[in-house]
Design a protein around this ligand. Sequence first.
Ligand code: ADP
Ligand code: MG
Ligand code: MG
Length: 368
Amino acid sequence: MSGEELIRREVIENFTFPGKLVEEIPYGSGHINDTFRLVFETEQGRKRYILQRMNKSIFHKPVELMENIVGVTSWLRKKILENSGDADRETLNIVSAGDGRPYYLDSAGDYWRAYLFIEGASCYDKVEKKEDFYQSAVAFGHFQGLLADYPAETLHETIVNFHNTASRLDDFKAAVQRDACGHAGDVQREIRFVLEREHLAYVLGEMQAEKKLPLRVTHNDTKLNNIMIDDKTGKAICVIDLDTVMPGLAVNDFGDSIRFGASTADEDERDLAKVSCDMELFELYTKGFVEGCAGSLTDEELDMLPIGAMVMTYECGMRFLADHLDGDVYFKTHREGHNLDRCRTQFKLVADMEKKLSAMNAIVDKYR
Ligand code: ADP
Ligand code: MG
Ligand code: MG
């Protein structure tokens, strides 16, 4: 047995799985954690589970992170049961370790966790049809709705200032000041783009401080491959991948989804003529998200959905530009100027959204 296999033996023995292990395979196409699917033979038939080694280079506070997941999944389970739903399929369910904790710390220093396997549903990596994007909107909206009265302030902020755009702007300005690689002179236009829109860095934070936007449970990784779609009905049944669940604003989740999901081009497209915000996709996502939230969003939150999309895109572009100035130390790059290309698509999107703001507002009004 390899060292890796020995560790997995140790880990599996330390969880409360029933029956005899009959299969163990690396599973899924997640990029963050190491995911395995386990099959156990029990007296009631075969039972499947997901086992994950958590990524410790990204998540530095695994215990707090798991506390967040315990809080949110047990809340969801209760709500789903109250609505007579299938709580084994419509939320992640944690399988405890032998000592009752929601994780196991192995002898090599890695944290592991286990979930019930969500049966009869699939995960898709790429939006292939518009319906997929709509389904993800419904799922993330529904997640927001079920957690609307969750005490979000009790969640740990596992990545501090994650969507604090004002502090991202400070970081950006510091990167311009450092000008670590001497690039600043060549990107004056992009730097000006940021500075001319500083109000975008403050608008959400100010509304939050004035209690015009409530603190919510946010997912922060609202990709299509973080929802499970029922194989029979084609409908989204469950939101998974709760590592980045944190207190935040509903418009953050909405805005980030629009940023990457409603763009007509890839995040690193060089031909900016191809980059715009697809209004059909914007409408589809808005419809799904608002329906999924089922009345739980406040008027101010609904008003701010389009601005949320703009702010998330602005913030992301600014982070790409800061990383370009710093010499590509944070985001992985595959070519010279990759982060600058990414920054430019984001700013092109922001400029496009500025032009389309009244159309976006009209779409929100149609579904509120
Ligand atoms: P990552 O952070 O690495 O993306 P995820 O938690 O999203 O990790 O899991 C990776 C993949 O494993 C998912 O995209 C999905 O295909 C599968 N998966 C995760 N949890 C479950 C589950 N409870 N039931 C079935 N499949 C799951
Ligand atoms: Mg994932
Ligand atoms: Mg993840």
